[in-house]
Ligand binder design. Sequence first.
Ligand code: GCU
Length: 408
Amino acid sequence: MSFVRYLFLLLLCFVGVGLAAAQDHPVNYDEAKVPAYDLPDPLVMEDGTRVETPEQWRKSRRPELLRLFEEHVYGRMPKGAAEIRAKVVNECLALGGRAVRREVDLLVSGKADGPIRLLIYSPVGVSGPAPAFLALNFMGNHSIQPDPEIMLSTQWIGNRAGHGIEDNRATEASRGKLSSRWPVERILARGYAVVTAYYGDIDPDFDDGFANGVHPALDPEGDAERKPNEWGSIGAWAWGLSRALDFLEEDELVDAERVAVLGHSRLGKTALWAGATDERFALVISNNSGCGGAALSRRCFGETVARINRVFPHWFCERFRSYDNQESRLPVDQHQLIALIAPRPVLICSAEEDRWADPLGEQLAARAAAPVFRFLDSASLVHRLRPGEHDVTDEDWTAYMDFADREM
Ligand code: GCU
């Protein structure tokens, strides 16, 4: 073969591979086109044995499922304890004396790009430590409430035009920009504390080969090649939620045994993974979490595994990519992620118009997880569907608080 011809063939190969990689199936929003699928049974072990007792679930099946999610979906979190020092950096009465506002830096040894900063609002006048809602935020702690005293985030923030973010840095104009999703005063009035941190403090949300955030501080040294089961950003964000809970265990403002972990969208995926990996979370709420969250991957409705892996290659472990357009080969599906939280209370929230996140797929996942809750004698799994779009609304918060009042 002539050299020129060889080069030409080589080029064709590259183009072919490139096209195949870029080729997601068209987004499907038609129920009639949802493929037929069988869901793996959460109560049957990999070797085919049926789980007969709650003891067997705890000792064998739960760890097995957790390992499958680590190996195939989210990657493993570092096993050893990280060296973390907590430092209160700001503390005052706030909101007209109705709350204590405390800001705390979690300094992770070896993390070069700053601390993970917690913002805590705790209600004044409640007896004893308050139960709390713990959730990461998308734009910096100062974005959840127009409180001029909250320290402005100095981290990289995804460029959000119209939200007071300039050149990926927060400005005064971004204070309270996401407050419609955080009815802080209402939450405090119902006796709950609010605890949050900016998710980019834990791991900035872009694909940089894991050079920033907590990854370089915690990944094994000399780990030039990433292994197929190494944690991605969702794993890191969930890990950060657990470190926040470590701090709350030492803090007198919050009752660490009554902490509900919650999140919206990608942070809803994160809340579910945090609830599955850390049994100290008393209650878990996912809002519009969709693909890689509460929605069944096998339905391929709205966002798919291939599409999420292509657009957000840093969210999951590398092995998850081997299931692009091959969802039926996955050894797990997302109902089993919900089942991992049982018997603790779980609220899965969907929105009718949020088709990208497949509301029906979330409902079916909750339904397929329910046998595990029943098996463990728990009636605390609820799916909630509301009209409207992908968002967190006031009415959503009413549902969260009603659920927490009842279940936590
Ligand atoms: C994108 C992504 C979703 C994610 C959402 C969000 O739409 O495809 O998976 O949930 O962003 O986090 O806002």
